[in-house]
Ligand binder design. Structure first.
Ligand code: ADP
Ligand code: MG
Length: 440
């Protein structure tokens, strides 16, 4: 099936592959925004008994799953052969080396065999571009229809009210995942300035570790959110690291909403930085204190109250710092992304806050918050359009076919020169590619 964009010209279609951690994922994305297919084989059940991702088990599972996942993604998008597409994109970092290797090797093989360009994608840039994606023809309605997983449809409806992100810059991006917590000023497509990041644990890591302390299950983020639903956040007070007391106002009508603006970011060097390890230690100390008082910290109601108090503290910090940066840099839209952006309280608190300011807020639909390949296809398109020498062009497909036909009719004896794509390397410690490395 040929695919056209709204202008009637052939769409530029990318097959994207993501295997940076414990999700084996493949997707076909048209013109960087429209999801034609999106397959994710989750390894959650496999790692549950370890209470975290076991790297060797993850890479072995990618080896087992990858071929079927890619074939299914192609079939869902009605692509009979990779050659019908325009490019192949793959996450080459950051991530687990053994996991990345599986996706990168398959992508290289497909690119070499098909002659398609191969686009390496930074996983964090992928999360950012999850906000630019939509399914079907409408950026808004289809996303709401396709919600699944944890969190309520009304959360989604509120945060998706204004559809997926627009090309209005500067935009403020909060990346909150299992491995990263970063506040990024996006000055244009693929132009990033790092405003702040975590000094220790990532936000998702803190959710996972606190869930483990409370024995709430794996993965920790959804487990904390579920327990917090029946918890009383006000029973225990936990610190808001790198925040300071602010003006007291009446409590928000939503009992589960955050305590903003009673806390504000610290001034100075750490204004836009985060720290979550002290919050996790505060939970541990609270549990020890409860045990000294012969209360059972893991008793269901107490654990739910602690989970609710922790979740609110984390959300206060995340929304407080994002709101402060949005005001400081006069941004035109705010985007939240990464696994923790699936958190219902975070979405509600951010929505309440930015609606008051009249600032568009975007959170991806729940199925695009955690790792997926559609976001890699989107990021690849924008990187190729804005940051690489050769912009994407569906016309390249015809040129390639002509070149293939010419190559078949003229046998050549010269040594085969390997194209540059064969040297695409893993970048396991990659950080988001910045305009310059200076913080503002
Ligand atoms: P990474 O890119 O770091 O591999 P993901 O982007 O897939 O990770 O995000 C995974 C993280 O998101 C985990 O730490 C998980 O606990 C967290 N997470 C997922 N859903 C929620 C939620 N509803 N609330 C809070 N955290 C969540
Ligand atoms: Mg991720």
């Amino acid at each position: 099936m040929s695919s056209t964009n709204t202008g009637g010209s052939p769409a530029y279609r990318i097959l994207a592959i993501e295997t940076s951690c414990d999700e084996t994922a493949a997707a076909v994305v048209a013109d960087g925004r429209r999801i034609l297919s999106n397959r994710v084989a989750s390894q959650i059940e496999l790692h549950r008994r370890f209470g975290g991702v076991y790297p060797e088990v993850a890479s072995r599972q990618h080896v087992l799953a990858i071929q079927a996942v890619v074939e299914d993604a192609l079939a869902d998008a009605s692509v009979a052969h990779v050659r019908e597409l325009d490019a192949i994109a793959v996450t080459n970092g950051p991530g687990l080396a053994g996991s990345l290797l599986v996706g990168v090797n398959l992508a290289k093989g497909l690119a070499f065999a098909s002659g398609l360009p191969l686009i390496p994608v930074n996983h964090l840039e992928g999360h950012i571009y999850s906000n630019w994606l939509y399914t079907g023809s409408s950026p808004v309605s289809d996303l709401q229809a396709s919600e699944d997983g944890n969190g309520s449809a009304s959360d989604s409806a509120r945060t998706q009210r204004s559809g997926s992100a627009s090309d209005q810059f500067p935009a403020l991006i909060l990346i909150v995942s299992g491995g990263h917590t970063e506040l990024v000023l996006m000055e244009g497509h693929c132009r990033y300035r790092l405003l702040g990041s975590t000094l220790d644990d990532a936000a998702g890591e803190a959710f996972d570790k606190v869930a483990r302390l409370l024995e709430l299950g794996y993965p920790g983020g959804p487990a904390i959110q579920a327990a917090a639903e029946s918890g009383e956040a006000g029973r225990f007070h936990l610190p808001r690291p790198l925040m300071r007391p602010g003006r007291r106002t009446e409590r928000q009508p939503d009992a589960q909403a955050s305590s903003l603006p009673t806390v504000l970011p610290v001034r100075g060097e750490h204004r836009f930085n985060f720290s979550f390890s002290g919050l996790k230690t505060a939970v541990l100390n609270l549990m020890r204190q409860l045990e000294r008082e012969e209360a059972e910290a893991r008793q269901t109601q107490t654990a739910s109250d602690i989970a609710a108090a922790f979740q609110m503290a984390a959300v206060d910090v995340l929304v407080g710092k994002t709101a402060d940066a949005a005001a400081e840099f006069g941004v035109k839209q705010v985007c939240i992304c990464g696994g923790v952006s699936a958190n219902g309280l975070l979405r509600r608190a951010a929505e309440q806050h930015f609606a008051k300011l009249g600032l568009p807020l975007h959170c991806p639909p729940l199925f695009l918050c955690t790792d997926n390949a559609a976001m890699i296809g989107a990021a690849a398109y924008y990187r190729q359009s804005y940051a690489m020498a050769r912009p994407p062009s569906p016309a390249g497909r015809e040129h390639r076919q002509d070149a293939e036909a010419a190559a078949q009719s003229t046998p050549h004896e010269d040594p085969i020169e390997l194209p540059a794509r064969d040297y695409l390397a893993l970048d396991v410690y990659a950080s988001l590619p910045l305009v310059d490395s200076m913080r503002r």
